[in-house]
Design a protein around this ligand. Sequence first.
Ligand code: NAD
Length: 370
Amino acid sequence: MIETAEAKKTANQAEESVTGQMMKFDHEEVLFCNDNATGLRAIIAIHNTVLGPGLGGCRIWKYSHEAEALNDVLRLSRGMTYKAAVAGLNLGGAKAVIIGDSKHIKTEALMRRFGRFIDDLGGKYITAEDVGSSSHDMEYIRMETRHVTGIPKYMGGSGDPSPVTAYGVWLGMKAAAKERWGSDSLNGKKVAVQGIGNVGENLVKHLTEEGAKVYISDINEEKLKEVANRLKVEVVGLDKIFDLDVDVYAPCALGATLNTANIERLKCSVIAGAANNQLADEKLHGEMLMKKGILYAPDFVINAGGLINVYSELSGNYSKERAISQADKIFHITKEIFHVSAKENVPTYLAANRIAEKRIESIGKVKLNH
Ligand code: NAD
């Protein structure tokens, strides 16, 4: 590959920030997986295993550079540590990324080779689905390791976690509505959903059933048309979503859409969506939202439904009803975070981080004593 000067500059900047982030985020282990026979290029990042084995999905994405993939996996795995901790699960945080276009690189051999790398970690990392991977891919990984979850229902697994994730996001949005408008009803509220993939579409179903006025955007035009034909929604342009006069913005595509430029444009009072790592810079943009008077429901708190679902699968005898009832607590946890944020006058992301860190610290002490 011939690199332009601009691409080299971006890569160097990314590499610099990665070194800084690895130190800041304090990862336990980062594994680079290369296999020429299958073309597998993957990174597994284990952030923290104090509460239990690191569980996090496998993202397959066409990163423009390996440094970008590393940056992503470091941020995502840290987010999983906090997500599991706040949700009260006995899980640590980890994540994997496979570099490449999921439409072209996925083969049985590649997924199984990835499974072998996971198996070598001896259970410190448990994988699951994420953007670009499916329960069918988990089936291939399962042929090489038992440290995988989200496997298809016909294999005794829990299948696609997205419906439970969407349910939790909807509850988190309702908790934010209660905090902001005094009622948890979203009936008549205007909600902009960015990304109508597995989670986004399920969220849109909850919202339209409840009587919200929903706007959707997606880079996948076919999917947009298909959803607009089936559900009562209005399609908007990719960039226009940030300028809409709506009550709620729900980022359900990729992360980092809450950056300085976009936040300045937003007119909503609440942000509640499924995407991981929505804040481009946690501190800067978390504070910016607070100053702007926008109530931000932290992503890793309200999108924990999928993790709760696969945790239920790991515990054995999976039942969707049980997973859904465990996900119900997302409403109360989100309210608790708003309460701490108001009481301590700190941004909501920080309130959530503090709750997570407190639990990791206290359970870490319990484990040390035995
Ligand atoms: P998905 O791949 O099924 O859906 C993502 C959608 O976003 C796709 O339709 C894609 O075309 C669209 N998209 C990408 N870039 C876009 C852009 N710039 N503007 C508008 N749309 C765009 O993924 P998913 O499983 O629905 O997950 C969505 C987000 O939620 C991801 O960030 C994922 O990490 C997070 N998440 C998912 C789960 C889960 O259970 N699937 C759990 C927790 C968090």
